[in-house]
Design a binder for this molecule. Structure first.
Ligand code: PEP
Length: 247
């Protein structure tokens, strides 16, 4: 089965460097015969321009964020119909920086998912516990609540959603969960999703948090892990291409 390697560039880069980075990723992954699906999430101001560059390649472009509302008087926002109009196929929802820096509530994230589905845009729905929750052994109950928020009320086509498990304490810190904790979390997420509908067993689950060329291979051996969501290392063409090529 094809894995997914996603790169979240966050609020980094200039237009020129973004074009160069995406071109390097297209060339490097092709040269190394990368067999996985690659999705890049650049800053929204560059979406349109980068979308025209990846057009004829296997690399796809996604948005890091979307408005919870349809078009209207929402200054500064970008709607899911605008993403569709720009031929964007994926969007992140619930990234820890949106939840914890911008205080996006579970209800708001739910609305974003609905707007994206209305426009046939696939959702990468990020879930994960904070350090305090991890230390207090609350990981499973947090994952359960975050998964249920979306799956309880929506009938979802399995191919329209991807889950990304990103422990908040592992993002940008150099820390990764122990093998045992990762195995437990992935098994738990898989079982929780499958309980809603047996067809959901084909929903892909990614891991994100301090992935590097050094740890990517061993992380990917975790059962039920279908790919990676990469922050820092996706800003470096060599590191990102190395990760895409080694797993
Ligand atoms: C992320 O922000 O989604 C992420 C996983 O970041 P990093 O790889 O830098 O930890």
């Amino acid at each position: 089965m094809k894995k997914i390697i996603a790169g979240n560039w966050k609020q980094n880069g200039k237009h020129k460097t973004s074009i160069q980075l995406v071109k390097n990723i297209i060339t490097g992954t092709k040269k190394n015969k990368c067999k996985h699906e690659i999705i890049i999430f650049p800053p929204s101001i560059y979406l349109s321009s980068l979308q025209s560059i990846v057009n004829k390649s296997d690399v796809k472009i996604g948005a890091q964020n979307v408005s919870a509302f349809n078009d209207g008087a929402f200054t500064g926002e970008i709607s899911s119909s605008m993403l569709k109009d720009t031929k964007i196929q994926y969007c992140l929802v619930g990234h820890s920086e949106r939840r914890h820096v911008f205080n996006e509530s579970p209800d708001m994230l739910f609305e974003k998912v609905i707007r994206l589905f209305e426009n046939n845009i696939k959702v990468i729905y990020c879930i994960g516990e904070t350090l305090e929750q991890f230390k207090n052994k609350k990981t499973k109950s947090i994952l359960n609540a975050q998964v249920k928020k979306i799956f309880n009320k929506l009938k979802i086509k399995s191919t329209n959603i991807i889950i990304a498990y990103e422990p908040v304490w592992a993002i940008g810190t150099g820390l990764v969960p122990s093998d045992k904790d990762l195995i437990d979390a992935f098994k738990y997420i898989r079982n929780t999703i499958n309980k809603f509908n047996p067809a959901y067993k084909s929903i892909k689950i990614l891991y994100g948090g301090s992935v590097s060329p050094e740890n990517a291979n061993s992380l990917m051996k975790t059962p039920h892990m279908d790919g990676l969501l990469i922050g820092g290392a996706s800003l470096n063409a060599k590191k990102f291409i190395d990760i895409c090529s080694t797993i």
